[in-house]
Design a protein around this ligand. Structure first.
Ligand code: PEP
Ligand code: MN
Length: 359
């Protein structure tokens, strides 16, 4: 996927992030047009609205379906904005393109399914269209599956291709609705430097108050744009009410975002980076020391025929360190992730010792 083209060259010339905004779902003609007019007045150029909604359970609002496409046509005629909607099947693609939708995105539940992705790709190829397509990351944190989904679209001849980072689902309660795991989109950017990556703070955060900080974080990391849910009456929204913003609040947030330039490399920054390099080396040495002690414990456990993992000890280690980390301004989830990774490696090393006949 080397020869990708800009999604919308005329909008990207400014070097500013691409902004896509609109309701989670098109609900009624009035709600769609009211939201669109307000967004257009605030200068938004691309309008999103879900027409077909993939819901976790049956019985919820599953999207207005085909009639909503007429409203998107009206949005375009009345406001001049480009329009975007989610597609998941052959029919969605055909109908959306017939209705003149300018940008298609593929949802997280669909990009996790290679059969559905291939069906969408085949349809695009048969129609031989040059439409921009954005592929959301699959619900599970699987970079290869995400790349595979995009390759299917690329192989169908689409060159205006981009990714949307919308976070990953995890079981249980978290600060985020879908945890960002930023290292995954960062790895994607390293592998495909020309691929535009748009961040979806609405689905990552799941709540209004997280939209501004997540958007700033996305820009600070140099991602190329934002897709944000906005509704003329968010509390009354038929889907994702908690995370939608009024166009007014959205506009306020967009104006508070700070664009940073990656061209300013100052001497001070170089010094700070050297400091980070040194600290990283120290971290590695300390980790290696910890593993050495772990292996010693492994030898002891082997001698006394003890099991490798003792649940009480393990829970205690995690709990005390998470608390200590919190006191040092480190996030609970971050502490857990890092401790679990260290613990996994310790266990692996101890098992190696237990299975080694020469020890
Ligand atoms: C959406 O954008 O409204 C949507 C359904 O998103 P996701 O596929 O990321 O859940
Ligand atoms: Mn939504």
């Amino acid at each position: 996927m080397k020869d990708l083209k800009p999604l919308f060259p005329e909008l990207e010339e400014t070097g500013r992030p691409l902004i896509i905004a609109g309701p989670c779902s098109a609900e009624t003609r009035e709600q769609t047009l009211d939201t669109a007019r307000q967004l257009a007045d605030y200068g938004v150029k691309i309008f999103r609205a879900g027409i077909w909604k993939p819901r976790t359970k049956p019985g919820g609002f599953e999207g207005i379906g085909t009639p909503g496409l007429e409203w998107l046509k009206e949005v375009k005629e009345q406001t001049g904005m480009l329009t975007a909607c989610e597609v998941a099947t052959r029919n969605h693609v055909t109908e959306a393109l017939e209705a003149g939708v300018d940008l298609l995105w593929i949802g997280a539940r669909t990009s996790a399914n290679p059969f559905a992705m291939q069906e969408i790709a085949d349809t695009l190829q048969e129609l031989n269209v040059d439409v921009p397509v954005l592929v959301k990351n699959p619900v599970n944190p699987d970079l290869e599956l995400w790349i595979g989904a995009m390759q299917r679209i690329y192989n169908a001849g689409i060159r205006r291709l981009g990714a949307i980072h919308r976070g990953f689902s995890v079981y249980g309660k978290h600060l985020y609705r879908n945890v960002p795991q930023w290292h995954i989109p960062i790895e994607l950017r390293l592998r495909f430097p020309n691929m535009p990556i748009i961040v979806d703070p609405s689905h990552i955060g799941g709540k209004r108050e997280l939209i501004a900080p997540l958007s700033q974080q996305a820009l600070d990391m140099g991602f190329n744009g934002l897709i944000i849910e906005s509704h003329c009456d968010p509390d009354a929204a038929w889907s994702d009410a908690k995370q939608q913003l009024t166009p007014e609040v959205l506009n306020f947030i967009l104006h508070t975002l700070v664009m940073r330039s990656d061209k300013e490399v100052t001497e001070n920054l170089t010094l700070l980076r050297q400091q980070i390099d040194r600290i990283d080396n120290e971290l590695l040495e300390i980790l290696a020391k910890r593993m050495e002690v772990s292996r010693e414990i492994g030898r002891y456990k082997k001698l006394h025929r003890m099991p490798v993992v003792q649940a009480n000890r393990y829970n205690d280690v995690i709990a005390t360190r998470v608390e200590a980390g919190k006191a040092m301004q480190m996030d609970k989830d971050f502490m857990k992730t890092i401790l679990l990774a260290i613990h996994d490696e310790s266990v692996r090393q101890q098992i190696e010792i237990i299975n080694d006949r020469n020890v």
